[in-house]
Write a protein that binds this ligand. Structure first.
Ligand SMILES: Nc1nc2c(ncn2[C@@H]2O[C@H](COP(=O)(O)OP(=O)(O)O)[C@@H](O)[C@H]2O)c(=O)[nH]1
Ligand SMILES: [Mg+2]
Length: 367
């Protein structure tokens, strides 16, 4: 069996990783190659998996732990996609609050799967607003330890890929690119919009033609890293809605708007809150990646008597408080004639990261 190309797309929560996976998968398929995608989370019921599975692409989910702490889960997912989808290319999205991927994932992959996988340069996708604030010495509206993770992700990257360029003027982008290159001289800085398509082919070409992955290791203080992850409450839930015919798009908008207002009022930093509401073939996605103005909706689930809601939230507060807010908001958004039935709900605060491997040297690659 020939070697499969593995492209890792890291970057903080809300940077645009899943959107990029979706767009890149389409381009790769249209180019005639077979593609597989891997999602990753601390708990099941991932909105990302639900979204990506709507493509005709095979998706494998590694849940219960991040790739770094469950290296064998990542390997099993790549083997599955190699076997079942005969994937020429696999794109994997690690958990957005993970860092030290060069030492814990890229080096072990290069050493242990030589011949099976061609590992691409480690791409770290970054939201232009958050990046700009970090470069100006700010914390991108994050807890200082979460901002530490954000910076470490950039520091260890082979490619820093500035996302959402459709939201930035050409002049601002040029400046941001220059400044990023000055701060992170060892990384290649590229830009991309998954909405306009700008930069997508250039990035794909770059990562498909190089095995220069994990060029360096960075020092990571695991106490700060652990704190940065632990400050986030994490909630994944799958909910059945049924009752009177309902306009699901308005329902989803109201739910996410209400949640956003409450987080803003509590001054709780939002890593990411996302949902998908599905009614058979129709679906709508909603995203919140910071304060209220970042709310974003796509698609339409139409109107009917039944829908399935998957909701994922990563917000700076205790998981108990997050769960309480979400249960209460669901309650207030449903009426007597519209009921919700929670099929599953997990809320947690990520434990200290304990990677399966942590290499102290860069594994050489031979072209
Ligand atoms: N304007 C714009 N929004 C984007 C782009 N890529 C992603 N987004 C939005 O950013 C939010 C987070 O995207 P997502 O792919 O879920 O991020 P992830 O958490 O890194 O996987 C969503 O609201 C997306 O619609 C882009 O290129 N342009
Ligand atoms: Mg994602």
């Amino acid at each position: 069996m020939k070697a499969t190309r593995l492209i890792l797309v890291g970057g903080f929560l809300g940077a645009g990783k899943t959107t990029l996976l979706w767009e890149a998968a389409h381009r790769i398929m249209n180019g005639g190659q077979r593609i597989g995608l891997i999602t990753n989370d601390q708990a099941p019921d991932l909105v990302d998996t639900a979204i990506l599975s709507r493509n005709e692409v095979k998706v494998a989910e590694v849940n219960g732990s991040c790739f770094c702490c469950n290296f064998s889960g990542l390997i099993a997912a790549t083997q599955k996609l190699r076997k079942e989808a005969e994937a020429d290319i696999i794109i994997a999205e690690p958990v957005g609050s993970c860092t030290d991927l060069s030492a814990t994932i890229v080096q072990p992959l290069k050493e242990n799967l030589r011949g099976e996988l061609l590992v691409s340069p480690l791409t770290v996708l970054v939201d232009p607003d958050r990046l700009s604030d970090i470069l100006n010495g700010g914390n991108a509206c994050l807890h200082p330890s979460a901002a530490y993770i954000f910076r470490k992700q950039l520091e260890e990257s082979d490619i820093i890929l500035i996302s959402k360029t459709d939201l930035v003027s050409a002049d601002e982008l040029t400046l941001l690119k220059e400044k990023t290159q000055l701060h992170f001289p060892d990384s290649e800085v590229m830009t991309l919009s998954s909405v306009s398509g700008e930069g997508l082919d250039e990035w794909l070409k770059k990562v498909q033609n190089s095995v220069n992955a994990g060029k360096r290791l960075v020092e990571v203080d695991y106490d700060v890293y652990a704190e940065g992850e632990a400050v986030l409450g994490w909630l994944n839930s799958n909910i059945e809605l049924s009752g009177e015919p309902t306009d699901w798009d308005s329902f989803a908008r109201k739910l996410l708007q209400d949640l956003s207002q409450q987080f803003d009022r509590l001054k709780a930093s939002v890593g990411h809150v996302k949902l998908i509401i599905e009614t058979g073939d129709n679906y709508m996605t909603g995203n919140l990646t910071g304060q209220g103005e970042t709310l974003n909706f796509r698609g339409s689930a139409g109107a009917s008597a039944k829908a399935r809601l998957t909701l994922n939230a990563r917000v700076e507060m205790s998981p108990e408080k997050l769960e309480q807010i979400i249960r209460k908001t669901l309650d207030s958004c449903t009426t007597r004639n519209l009921e919700f039935n929670i099929i599953s709900l997990r809320s947690l605060s990520p434990g200290r990261p304990t990677p399966t491997f942590r290499y102290d040297h860069v594994v050489p690659v031979f072209d």
